[in-house]
Design a protein around this ligand. Structure first.
Ligand SMILES: *[C@@H]1O[C@H](CO)[C@@H](O)[C@H](O)[C@H]1NC(C)=O
Ligand SMILES: *[C@@H]1O[C@H](CO)[C@@H](O)[C@H](O)[C@H]1NC(C)=O
Ligand SMILES: *[C@@H]1O[C@H](CO)[C@@H](O)[C@H](O)[C@H]1NC(C)=O
Ligand SMILES: *[C@@H]1O[C@H](CO)[C@@H](O)[C@H](O)[C@H]1NC(C)=O
Ligand SMILES: *[C@@H]1O[C@H](CO)[C@@H](O)[C@H](O)[C@H]1NC(C)=O
Length: 200
């Protein structure tokens, strides 16, 4: 009489699922050209939570920021143009990220160090996240980017879900404020310069 027993187990399953919502982030999904094609556009930095003291401090200096990943990437480099507003001033930086394809990570050399981020995607292609030190409770962090200056409630929910999945708390999150942006005029000037170059 295996059937009643099996049915008993099955009827318990929904209950178990509700109690411990399955939560798993894959931090090492390999990066392919398709990933980079999806990333090659304009992004807005929306929010982040960092426990690493240096990252925590650094994240709080950004009033707002947007950036472009350019489509002329190579096997191991992704060009990056950043427009950050810090202390009510626009700071423009053009650089690149190193790509560790098989590890699903990207890194940036800054202040004599290499800083790594694990790419984290959801089903929504108009957002992505970067996780830092995901296995290290003391130093972990997650930043959140969207293709619009304001994320929808559903997109925020996906960010919160990952924050909690990592074991962090919503109260650790710092938000940017797009109203503080000072980089609009510079971006416009750059756009016009690029257009002129193309027309030549
Ligand atoms: C992570 O994702 C990659 C690619 O989809 C897969 O090969 C790998 O098995 C996954 N790892 C885990 C722990 O789920
Ligand atoms: C991050 O910095 C803020 C402001 O200095 C501080 O209140 C907070 O405790 C820091 N978070 C962590 C996890 O250290
Ligand atoms: C991925 O893109 C790079 C740079 O454009 C190119 O050299 C490489 O051949 C591409 N790889 C595949 C598998 O399409
Ligand atoms: C801009 O680039 C310089 C040189 O790499 C770096 O020192 C500085 O921290 C960067 N600023 C921002 C806001 O990324
Ligand atoms: C990828 O991860 C492995 C294991 O952590 C490491 O040994 C290797 O150096 C990494 N590869 C790159 C290109 O960073």
């Amino acid at each position: 009489m295996a059937l009643p027993w099996a049915l008993g187990i099955l009827s318990l399953l929904p209950l178990l699922n509700a109690q411990s919502a399955p939560c798993h982030i894959n931090y090492s999904v390999p990066i392919t050209n398709a990933t980079l094609d999806q990333l090659s556009r304009k992004w807005f930095y929306i929010a982040s939570a960092y426990r690493h003291p240096e990252y925590n401090q650094s994240a709080r200096t950004f009033q707002t920021a947007f950036f472009y990943f350019d489509p002329d990437y190579t096997e191991d480099r992704l060009p990056l143009r950043e427009y950050s507003t810090i202390n009510d001033k626009c700071i423009y930086n053009s650089s690149y990220l190193d790509i560790q394809r098989e590890n699903g990570t990207m890194s940036k050399h800054e202040m004599g160090k290499e800083h790594f981020g694990h790419l984290v995607f959801t089903k929504d292609p108009s957002i992505f996240m970067l996780a830092a030190f995901p296995e290290d409770k003391q130093n972990m962090g997650l930043s959140f980017y969207a293709d619009k200056p304001q994320a929808t409630q559903e997109q925020m929910r996906q960010f919160y879900e990952n924050i909690m999945c990592m074991g962090m708390d919503k109260s650790e999150i710092t938000y940017t404020d797009e109203k503080k942006d000072q980089c609009g005029p510079l971006e416009k000037q750059h756009d016009e310069e690029r257009k002129k170059e193309k027309d030549l």
